[in-house]
Design a protein around this ligand. Sequence first.
Ligand code: ZN
Length: 130
Amino acid sequence: MIDGAEELLNHLGDLLDSSDLDEFSSQLATMVAAGRSADGDRTALADAETAIVQLVSTHESTRQWLQNYIDMHFPAALRIYSPPPPGEGEPAIIPSFRCPIPKCAFTWHRDQLGVSVPKCPIHHIDLQQL
Ligand SMILES: [Zn+2]
């Protein structure tokens, strides 16, 4: 994720108007540096990733670029089977959801930025974030 944002820095010139480029580039570079210096601090890393996603989502071109990067480097299966350890907070972009009915096994994983959470297809109620 931080790697993707760092790589994105090299492509901003192709993706953004020159009027947006300087400010966007310096903000993203600051966030990448924050993510790098987090160094194992998951909360600081998640904060940096959240800031990056928010910034990148302000432009469709950069949002698409990062989405493609994530799709290429983090296949869905890998993300689904690698949840964060309990008590270490939610992943920044890919939360998991499940049906609140105890016997219902329906779970759903957000694998794209900005996709809204569906209802349980069996019970037609809102899913709860895990
Ligand atoms: Zn259900």
